[in-house]
Ligand binder design. Structure first.
Ligand code: PGA
Length: 252
């Protein structure tokens, strides 16, 4: 089975549209279509600019959140048709910062993931345990609840349209990366959860690792059998560092 590696840049609440241009100026010419799938996830306000710049290149563009309804009285929200309208290809859903700071629930996420798939946006669904949950032996229960609930409304035949990102919360922005073995073990477990839905589809779903991925640790992580790419925060703000991580996926 072959799963195309995927490397995504989660810029979080960083970079104005002009700063996004400063990143793309050196980055875009360095990318070619035969490498891994590369996705840039800017803020909503820089999305339009980045989508315009990436149109016609191999680099794809994703939002960091969306609402599950297409329109309505939801002040401050953005919907799937609005993202598609400006040329966006995908959307990060369920990042731990959204779960933790903005009260996003698995029930919301089930609706968001379903809507993204139906609309033709590629969801990057995030899951992961806290330090305390890992220490108390609850990692598998937490991942099972998140993954199975969040995917519950996706038709089985569409499961491989979802990209999953395993991001242990203790490794995000801390410089404390999961070891290759820890990341592989958790991702293998997530794949086993997908097998309870459909064995053949489980082999097709790409599962990324996220949490302090850097140029220096990317190749080893990406070399693990079940790790199909990376969701990169801090190191994705710099075009050279992010380019080095993309290159590591090409070597993996
Ligand atoms: P980090 O963030 O690479 O800065 O740890 C990853 C993420 O939150 O997606």
């Amino acid at each position: 089975m072959s799963r195309r590696p995927c490397i995504a840049a989660n810029w979080k609440m960083n970079k104005t549209a002009d700063e996004a241009d400063d990143f793309l100026d050196p980055f875009l010419p360095s990318q070619s279509a035969d490498g891994p799938e590369v996705i840039i996830c800017p803020t909503f306000l820089a999305l339009g600019r980045v989508a315009e710049r990436c149109a016609g290149t191999s680099v794809r563009v994703a939002a960091q959140n969306m609402h599950f309804d297409d329109s309505g009285a939801y002040t401050g929200e953005v919907s799937a048709p609005m993202l598609l309208d400006i040329g966006v290809d995908g959307v990060i859903l369920g990042h731990s910062e959204r779960r933790q700071y903005f009260g996003e629930t698995d029930e919301d996420l089930a609706r968001k993931v379903r809507r993204a798939v139906e609309a033709g946006l590629e969801p990057i669904l995030c899951c992961g345990e806290t330090d305390a949950q890992r220490e108390s032996g609850d990692m598998e229960a937490v991942l099972s609840h998140q993954v199975l609930t969040d995917l519950a409304e996706v038709h089985t035949e569409d499961l491989d349209k979802v990209v999953i990102a395993y991001e242990p919360i203790w490794a995000i922005g801390t410089g404390r990366t999961a070891s290759d073995g820890q990341a592989q073990e958790a991702i293998e477990f997530i794949r086993s959860l997908l097998r309870t839905r459909d064995d053949a589809k489980a082999d097709l779903v790409r599962i990324l690792y996220g949490g302090s991925v850097k140029p220096g640790n990317a190749e080893a992580l990406l070399g693990m059998p079940d790790i199909d790419g990376a969701l990169v925060g801090g190191a994705a703000l710099d075009p050279d560092d992010f380019g080095a991580i993309v290159a590591a996926a090409g070597n993996g």
